[in-house]
Design a protein around this ligand. Structure first.
Ligand SMILES: Nc1nc2c(ncn2[C@@H]2O[C@H](COP(=O)(O)OP(=O)(O)O)[C@@H](O)[C@H]2O)c(=O)[nH]1
Ligand SMILES: [Mg+2]
Length: 166
C-alpha cells in the first residue's frame, strides 16, 4: 500500500485529559476505514490486527469493529478500527460512525481507476460528516499488482493536493 501521509500516528483525541490536568496513560482512538468495495479495506485491517491475509474475497456487510492495543510514547492506546462496507447501501450508515473519529483511512485500489474517481465522493462525505480535525490518510492499495496499475502515485498525490490535505 502507498501511504499518503508521513506516518500512521495520529494525535490523541480531545477529552482525554485526566483530573490532574495531564494526559491519561490510556486512550481510546477511533479509526474508520472507508473507500470503494473491494479496494482492500478488510484485508488491510485484518493484516494489521491479526497478521494474516485472505486471498479470497468475502464482501463485508455493514460495519465491523476490530480492536488492537498498541503502545505509543509509553502509553497504552486502545485502537477501535471500524471496517466499513463500500457499497451504496451502507453509505448513509457509515457517516453516522464518523462521530468521535480521530483518524480516517481512505482506501483506493491502484488497479481500479473508478476507485480513484470515487475518492471525490468519500472526501466530500468526510467533509460533510466527520469531525473537522480528523486526520485523513489516503492509501493506494494493491501495489503488488504493478503490472496492472491504472493509477500512478502522482495521480493519488494529486487527489490530496486538490483536496488540500497535505
Ligand atoms: N493483490 C492484492 N490483492 C489484495 C490486496 N488487498 C486486498 N486484496 C484482495 O482484494 C479483494 C478485496 O479485498 P477486501 O479486503 O475484501 O476489500 P474491501 O471490500 O475493501 O474490504 C480480496 O480478494 C483480497 O484478497 C493487495 O494489497 N494486493
Ligand atoms: Mg470489506
Amino acid at each position: 500500500m502507498e501511504l499518503m501521509e508521513d506516518q500512521l500516528v495520529v494525535a490523541a483525541p480531545p477529552g482525554e485529559i485526566g483530573s490532574s490536568g495531564s494526559r491519561q496513560e490510556h486512550s481510546t482512538w477511533k479509526i474508520i476505514v472507508v473507500g470503494d468495495m473491494s479496494t482492500g479495506k478488510t484485508s488491510i485491517i485484518e493484516r494489521y490486527c491479526d497478521g494474516h491475509f485472505m486471498e479470497y474475497y468475502k464482501p463485508s456487510t455493514g460495519i465491523d469493529l476490530k480492536k488492537k492495543i498498541i503502545n505509543y510514547e509509553n502509553k497504552t492506546i486502545f485502537l477501535n478500527i471500524w471496517d466499513t462496507a463500500g457499497t451504496e447501501k451502507y453509505q448513509s450508515l457509515i457517516q453516522l460512525y464518523y462521530r468521535g473519529a480521530i483518524g480516517l483511512f481512505i482506501v483506493y485500489d491502484i488497479t481500479n481507476l473508478n476507485s480513484l474517481h470515487n475518492l471525490e465522493f468519500w472526501m466530500k462525505n468526510i467533509d460533510d460528516f466527520a469531525p473537522s480535525n480528523v486526520v485523513r490518510i489516503l492509501i493506494g492499495n494493491k501495489c503488488d499488482l504493478e503490472s496492472n496499475r491504472k493509477v500512478s502515485t502522482e495521480e493519488g498525490q494529486l487527489v490530496i493536493i486538490m483536496n488540500c490535505y497535505l
